[in-house]
Write a protein that binds this ligand. Structure first.
Ligand code: C2E
Ligand code: MG
Ligand code: MG
Ligand code: MG
Length: 286
């Protein structure tokens, strides 16, 4: 009996595992296909606003994928798969390529693109990025590269060199999801970056835990002391905006102003790029 129960259990788990493996394999196949055909992939742009929330100061490019069966899929679901099977490098390159190809028609502000940690396992990162921007004649100073703390924590000489060269070429480097990477802060001594992006979890705990306000102040002060720009992510309420502005945060990004939108929808923000109109009236984005 024990033997039979054991066998049943074994076959139960293996069936479930097979299902998971199959799902993952299907996702990988569909993603590969999307990258080959460019079908279903697109880029949304999320506005980044000035300290008072009134002027467009930047855009973040965020990948979107319309899966043939599952519909619009968030990067949270397919990026881990892309990273596991080595497709993230191609995906990021596609996003940069797409962004550069649209640059002339985008509002005249810097555009951020995200680089997955996997990018830094390749030894030709600098060359691959330069080929793309040069192909479209885009000035590297228009592009900000978002990396995570993880990248700087690794003792990888090649990736550190690539980052340094990219920065020398004019790209701005932003540290994304700052504060979540159980970091030692040591890397801030060794690497020049231009900006930190405070992770949205800190912003969204404002008013919910008494530690949030002092933590946010400390992060902002640290950044300023090091001469860095500071962007807050996930700003959803007027209260959060006011607190962050009063404490010297330079740039705001979040649903209070706009979610990531397709390029056509950016038209509403074009005016504000010249500072002639205010977009932030505190109402939810439509
Ligand atoms: P991220 O780079 O930190 O991007 C910000 C994420 O927060 C975006 O999610 C955005 O839609 C979301 N967000 C913005 N404002 C708010 C807000 O007010 N409230 C809340 N709750 N969320 C807000 P998204 O687009 O789903 O992307 C998730 C993550 O996937 C990104 O986080 C980034 O790490 C990654 N990602 C997205 N596109 C790319 C890409 O092209 N390449 C790479 N390597 N990673 C990407
Ligand atoms: Mg980002
Ligand atoms: Mg982030
Ligand atoms: Mg993130």
């Amino acid at each position: 009996r024990a033997k039979m129960a054991g066998r049943n259990r074994y076959s139960f788990f293996s069936a479930e595992m097979n299902e998971q493996v199959r799902e993952r394999a299907m996702l990988e196949m569909a993603l590969r296909e999307a990258l080959d055909t460019r079908e279903g992939l697109t880029v949304y742009f999320q506005p980044q606003m000035s300290q008072d929330g009134g002027t467009l100061t930047g855009l973040e490019a965020l990948v979107r994928w319309k899966h043939p069966q599952h519909g619009m899929m968030s990067p949270g679901r397919f990026l881990p798969v892309a990273e596991e099977c080595g497709l993230a490098v191609r995906l990021d390159e596609w996003v940069l390529d797409y962004t550069c190809s649209r640059m002339k028609d985008l509002p005249d502000v810097p555009v951020s693109v995200n680089l997955s940690p996997g990018q830094f396992c390749t030894d030709d990162l600098y060359e691959r990025i330069m080929v793309i921007v040069q192909h479209y004649g885009v000035d590297p100073r228009r592009i900000e590269l978002e990396i995570t703390e993880k990248v700087l924590l690794e003792e990888n000489v090649a990736s550190h060199t690539a980052l340094r060269r990219l920065r020398e070429a004019g790209f701005r480097i932003a540290l994304d999801d700052f504060g979540t990477g159980n970091s030692s802060l040591n890397y801030l001594r060794r690497f020049r970056v231009d900006k930190i992006k405070i992770d949205q979890s800190f912003v969204q705990h404002l008013g919910k835990s008494s530690e949030s306000a002092p933590l946010l102040r400390a992060i902002i002060n640290l950044g300023h002391a090091m001469g860095l720009d500071i962007t807050a992510e996930g700003v959803e309420t007027r209260e959060q905006l006011d607190f962050l502005a009063q404490n010297g945060c330079n740039q705001m990004q979040g649903y209070l102003f706009a979610p990531p939108v397709p390029e056509e929808r950016l038209a509403d923000f074009r005016q504000t790029a010249s500072g002639s109109a205010a977009a932030a009236d505190g109402s939810a984005p439509t």
